[in-house]
Write a protein that binds this ligand. Structure first.
Ligand code: 5GP
Length: 205
């Protein structure tokens, strides 16, 4: 059976990657990984939806038991991707999307080089500020910290395979879907060989 592809989506907080991932998940019937984090839930967040909220001790135990595909410290809190659900989805032939920060993405790039890295950019820093402020969940100090962090994250852009500028949400979703579709058609040495063999045996539909 054809294995699923792993898509890693990063970008500054407020660039809109969460919204893009959710739309793409529904429209392409992909799976989005649910991360574990030691940060507390925001008022609109429920356990097991965007995150599993766990203690520092539980997080350390996951690392110790090799339960995380990657993990990082972001804004003073720990975030990580549970490994087993990713393996299960890929082997079941499902595309898996990780919405993670640049540090985590660089770890996945090393341990799983077949992963496809997509960077979501806001149209400008000013738009980014407006979006973070509008979200209303951050204090003024947090907004400045997140903007500083955004500048540092953008430095990693050259490490990525694709860039999506999220000016218009519908366009950004369509572009992300195009990337996924094209990557689904990409030949690898293994898949090319299988195609040739199947073609010879007239098994191609
Ligand atoms: P937030 O607290 O705003 O939900 O997320 C803060 C940052 O942590 C975002 O850049 C988000 O992409 C990143 N993040 C969320 N889950 C993970 C994860 O499992 N691993 C890593 N490395 N970063 C994550």
């Amino acid at each position: 059976m054809k294995k699923g592809k792993l898509f890693i989506i990063s970008g500054p907080s407020g660039a809109g990657k969460g919204t893009i991932c959710e739309r793409v998940r529904i429209e392409t019937d992909s799976t989005v990984s649910v991360s574990v984090t030691t940060r507390g839930p925001r008022s609109d967040e429920r356990e097991g939806e965007a995150y599993y909220f766990i203690s520092n001790g539980e997080f350390d135990a996951l690392i110790e038991n090799d339960g995380l595909l990657e993990y990082a410290d972001v804004f003073g809190n720990k975030y990580g991707t549970p490994k087993q659900p990713v393996i299960d989805a890929l082997f079941a032939g499902r595309n898996m999307i990780l919405e993670i920060d640049v540090q985590g993405a660089m770890q996945v790039k090393t341990t799983f080089p077949e992963g496809i890295l997509i960077f979501v950019l806001p149209p400008s820093l000013e738009t980014l500020r407006e979006r973070i402020v509008r979200r209303g969940t951050e204090t003024a100090e947090d907004v400045d910290r997140r903007l500083g962090e955004a500048m540092r994250e953008i430095e990693y852009l050259p490490e990525y395979d694709y860039v999506i500028v999220n000016d218009d949400l519908d366009a950004a979703v369509a572009q992300t879907r195009s990337v996924m579709e094209a990557e689904g058609l990409r030949l690898t040495p293994g898949s090319a060989k299988t195609f040739v063999e199947k073609f010879r045996k007239k098994e191609i539909r």
